[in-house]
Design a protein around this ligand. Structure first.
Ligand code: BMA
Length: 325
C-alpha cells in the first residue's frame, strides 16, 4: 500500500498483452526528445513532481557546447512537457543571484511547504562533483543552500519527510571521473545544512557489480520505503546502467529489508542502447497514485532522451519479496 496522495491523472498504460515484466515501458517512448530545448544536444536524467493538479519538473540538458545545466518545465499530463529555454537561475537566501544550476541528474522532493532540488554540482573552485541543494516555495524562485557533502559525491536523494525528527538523504561517494566503485550511504540532518550520522545502506553486487546509486525519491509504503536505484555492471565494452529495487526499513531506512535479486529494467530498446552513452536506464523520479498503486517511473535513456515505464506497487512489492537476495 502506498502512503501518499491520490493522483488519478498520472500517466498510465496497462501492461501489454503477453508481457509478464514487473516493470513495463510506455509504448510511445521516448517522451522527451534530445532537442526539446533549442540549445540542447540531449535532455535526459530528469525529475518530475505533481503541483496544483498538474506537473512540474527539473530537466537535465547537455547543451551543444556540452555544458550541463538544469531547466524547469511544466506539463498538464506529465507526458508532454514544456521546458524553459534558459537554465534555472539560483538565488542566495538573501535574494542575491547565485548563478545558474550547473550540473546534472536532478531529483525533486516535496517536504512540507518546500520543493527541494538535489543534483550533482561542481564544488566551487575545484569543480569536483558533490551534491547541490536548493529549495523553492513556488517552483519558480530557487534558493541555494550549502552543498550537502564534501566532494566527491553523486546521486543525492532525499526522503520526502523527516524520520525521527531528521531530514535524510541517500548518496553515493564517488571519484572525479566515471567511478568504477560505489555503495549507497545515508546521512541525517537537523536543518538541511549540516549532514552527518552517516550510515552504510547497500553495496554494489550481483547484476550491479560495479556500483549502485539511489534513483527516485523513496516511496513510502506500509512496510517501509520502496526504493528504485540504478546499478552498474562493467563489461569489455563499457558500463551498463539498469534499474533495481529494494525495500528499506521505515524508521531506520539505512536497513535494507529486501533487495530484489534480478534487475527490473535493463537497456534493451533502441533508445536505451543507442545514444551519447549506450546501454543506460537511469531513473530519477516517479509519480504515484495511492488509490490504485500505480507507479510511473521516469528515466533517462542512453544519456540522450527521457523515457517512462510503469509498475503496480502490490505486484512489485510481492516480486521484490519473492526474489529477495
Ligand atoms: C553517471 C552520470 C549519469 C549518466 C551515467 C552514464 O556517472 O554521469 O548522468 O547517466 O554516468 O553515463
Amino acid at each position: 500500500m502506498i502512503i501518499g496522495s491520490n493522483l488519478p491523472n498520472i500517466p498510465w498504460q496497462e501492461r501489454p498483452e503477453g508481457c509478464s515484466d514487473i516493470v513495463w515501458r510506455y509504448s510511445e517512448n521516448p517522451i522527451i526528445g534530445r532537442h526539446a530545448i533549442p540549445s540542447a544536444n540531449s535532455v535526459f536524467n530528469s525529475a518530475v513532481i505533481p503541483k496544483d493538479g498538474a506537473f512540474v519538473g527539473v530537466f537535465r540538458s547537455d547543451s551543444r557546447a556540452m555544458e550541463q545545466q538544469l531547466f524547469l518545465g511544466k506539463s498538464n499530463d506529465a507526458v508532454n512537457w514544456d521546458i524553459e529555454h534558459d537554465p534555472l537561475p539560483l538565488f542566495n537566501e538573501d535574494g542575491s543571484p547565485a548563478g545558474t544550476a550547473r550540473g546534472y541528474d536532478p531529483r525533486v522532493c516535496r517536504i512540507e511547504d518546500r520543493y527541494y532540488v538535489t543534483w550533482c554540482t561542481p564544488f566551487e573552485v575545484t569543480n569536483a562533483p558533490t551534491i547541490g541543494v536548493a529549495y523553492s516555495y513556488d517552483f519558480k524562485t530557487f534558493y541555494r543552500l550549502p552543498n550537502a557533502f564534501l566532494p566527491f559525491n553523486r546521486n543525492g536523494v532525499m526522503f520526502p519527510r523527516k524520520i525521527n525528527g531528521k531530514y535524510m538523504m541517500l548518496s553515493r561517494p564517488s571519484d572525479n571521473g566515471h567511478t568504477p566503485f560505489g555503495d549507497m550511504f545515508l546521512s541525517e540532518s537537523p536543518d538541511m545544512v549540516h549532514w552527518g550520522c552517516h550510515h552504510h545502506v547497500m553495496s554494489a553486487g550481483g547484476w550491479a557489480w560495479t556500483k549502485i546509486g539511489a534513483g527516485p525519491i523513496p516511496i513510502e509504503i506500509d512496510e517501509g520505503w520502496l526504493l528504485f536505484f540504478h546499478g552498474v555492471g562493467t563489461t569489455c565494452n563499457g558500463m551498463m546502467y539498469s534499474v533495481g529495487a529494494a525495500i528499506l526499513d521505515k524508521d531506520e531506512p539505512w536497513k535494507v529489508k529486501y533487495r530484489c535479486k534480478p534487475f527490473l529494467l535493463h537497456p534493451e530498446t533502441m533508445y536505451e542502447c543507442v545514444g551519447d552513452v549506450p546501454n543506460v536506464c537511469f531513473p530519477c523520479a516517479t509519480l504515484t497514485d495511492a488509490a490504485t498503486g500505480r507507479i510511473a517511473i521516469y528515466y533517462g535513456a542512453a544519456d540522450t532522451v527521457v523515457a517512462m515505464a510503469f509498475a503496480k506497487e502490490d505486484e512489485l512489492v510481492r516480486y521484490i519479496k519473492d526474489n529477495a537476495l
